[in-house]
Design a protein around this ligand. Structure first.
Ligand SMILES: CC(C)(COP(=O)(O)OP(=O)(O)OC[C@H]1O[C@@H](n2cnc3c(N)ncnc32)[C@H](O)[C@@H]1OP(=O)(O)O)[C@@H](O)C(=O)NCCC(=O)NCCS
Length: 160
């Protein structure tokens, strides 16, 4: 697996994964293009043999104490082998490098796989947005990670 910064040229490959991963609430091309071009964060892609198999994005305003995981997704055949965890860890390291102390994210209540990943990295539920995801009428769970705790856990080699 090779992680690198996303470029505007990656839009098509990213959107193919996005639409397959989020069939009812995918972002539009324009939204994703704006995200990739935004100075307020960092987007990474995961390449395998020159093909993009995943992507993830962090939003962080310079000087801010908090950051947000905007999105993270892998093509279906690339899931379940640690790539999601590696992408997430790269975003958290980026947040840490920018001196953010907290990372927030929203996850669908019916997405047990993603929730398990986030919980195992130390994210904890801090709230809910009822009926947030439409048209599926699914709640959003808001999760928060304490970045210094995550760093300490990873420095000692302990699991978060
Ligand atoms: C969520 C997603 C990014 C996770 O990436 P992944 O590469 O599949 O996950 P990993 O192999 O890194 O596994 C990380 C953890 O996720 C959980 N997980 C992964 N696959 C799982 C499965 N099939 N069932 C249950 N838990 C699973 C486990 O907690 C796993 O840790 P473990 O391997 O120590 O048990 C990926 O599955 C995906 O792209 N899903 C579709 C898009 C999506 O839901 N994005 C998140 C939106 S909030």
């Amino acid at each position: 697996m090779t992680l690198r910064d996303a470029t505007p040229d990656d839009l098509g490959a990213i959107m193919a994964i996005e639409r397959a991963a989020f069939p009812t609430d995918a972002w539009s091309d324009d939204m994703m293009r704006d995200e990739l071009a935004s100075p307020h964060g960092r987007y990474l892609v995961d390449e395998e043999g020159g093909r993009i198999v995943g992507y993830a994005g962090l939003r962080h305003l310079r000087g801010g104490a908090d950051a947000d995981v905007q999105t993270i997704a892998l093509s279906s055949e690339a899931r379940g082998s640690g790539r999601g965890r590696a992408l997430l860890a790269a975003l958290i390291r980026e947040a840490d490098a920018r001196r953010a102390r907290e990372v927030f994210l929203e996850v669908r209540d019916d997405n047990a796989v993603a929730q398990a990943l986030y919980a195992s990295e130390g994210f904890a539920e801090i709230g809910r947005r009822p009926h947030y995801y439409q048209p599926d009428d699914v709640d959003a769970i808001i999760m928060r990670l304490d970045v210094p705790s995550w760093r300490a856990a990873h420095e000692t080699g302990a699991s978060a």
